[in-house]
Design a binder for this molecule. Structure first.
Ligand code: IPE
Ligand code: IPE
Ligand code: MG
Ligand code: MG
Ligand code: MG
Length: 286
């Protein structure tokens, strides 16, 4: 599986490199800032698209641009997440955060540019039919808006510790993180022409894995090592693990993982890759 993941990561890195070329000296720093934050990362969401696409025998070239698009939007969300008036983090992917290098003004504009580039990638993808482009574009744009990332980030930032409860933290993790995973799964299902039952299974699986992914991220805030994780950790901040406690969080993690795997049952052996990926994701240390 490691090799397959490396292969996908290379495809994505190359495509992103290609997309962020610029020959206008006037906006050189804007592109540099965007490319700086689009580089690196585990590319988990792209890998998720490819592993799901595999279930439906989708050829690679029909997955590259949508997978890149998700990674660009994800990268944009990380730039914003680190800003001083958001999480105020200085370290991202083992390097200084975007705003530390390029300034807050440039960071914000680069983030907008990355989201725009991501949407353009799918809406002008020649490997998809016009109908597929529209459906993928709808799913992708919904994933970072008022019913997705922006909503989750908003509640995460604005909720005061003493008012927090399980439902609120659940909402935060679902929207700020699971929504993008869910979009990754749905997009692969659209491109793979999955039927209704298959689409529902993929959606359940990606929702639960996305949620589990954020539980692990929250665990890393408490027990991770900054040098390994490559970003500033927030020991004291309210999150899922802090709310329910580490032992309870481990139980939830197992529960979400099991629920996710169960959703894959209808695919039988064909889902071996996705099962292995979800195993890997809940055991990660960075
Ligand atoms: C970090 O995501 C933000 C979360 C939603 C937890 P990743 O852990 O996938 O970050 P990169 O892309 O590998 O840097
Ligand atoms: C994850 O929020 C959701 C994001 C969009 C960016 P976090 O604030 O937990 O992400 P990290 O831990 O900084 O990567
Ligand atoms: Mg945050
Ligand atoms: Mg953060
Ligand atoms: Mg975090």
């Amino acid at each position: 599986m490691k090799e397959k993941m490396q292969h996908i990561k290379r495809l994505i890195d190359d495509e992103i490199d290609k997309r962020l070329q610029n020959d206008n000296p006037l906006i050189e720093a804007l592109y540099k800032s965007a490319a700086y934050s689009a580089a690196g990362g585990k590319r988990i969401r792209a890998i998720f698209v490819f592993f799901t696409g595999e279930l439906f025998d989708v050829p690679e070239e029909r997955l590259i641009q949508p997978a890149c698009a998700i990674e660009l939007i994800h990268a944009a969300s990380l730039i914003m997440d680190d800003l001083p008036y958001m999480d105020d983090s200085q370290l991202r992917r083992g390097k200084p955060a975007n705003h530390v290098v390029f300034g807050q003004d440039v960071a914000l504009l680069a983030s907008i540019g990355l989201i725009s580039e991501g949407m353009q990638l799918v809406l002008s993808d020649e490997n998809l039919t016009p109908e597929e482009r529209l459906k993928v574009g709808q799913v992708l744009s919904a994933s970072f808006g008022f019913n997705g990332l922006a909503a989750g980030q908003f509640v995460d930032l604005k909720i005061k510790d003493k008012h927090v409860n399980f439902e609120i933290i659940e909402f935060i993790n679902q929207k700020k993180t699971a929504a993008l995973f869910s979009a990754a799964g749905k997009i692969a299902a659209i491109i793979g022409h999955a039927d209704e039952k298959q689409t529902k299974a993929i959606q359940d699986f990606s929702d639960d894995i996305g949620f589990a992914f954020q539980i692990v991220d929250d665990m890393l805030d408490m027990i991770g090592e900054e040098k390994v994780v490559g970003k500033n950790l927030e020991h004291d901040r309210m999150n899922f693990v802090k709310l329910v406690g580490m032992e309870e969080a481990k139980k939830y993690l197992q529960e979400y993982h099991q629920k996710a795997e169960k959703a894959l049952n209808i695919f039988g052996e064909r889902a071996a890759g996705l099962r292995e990926l979800s195993e890997y994701l809940i055991q990660r240390v960075r």
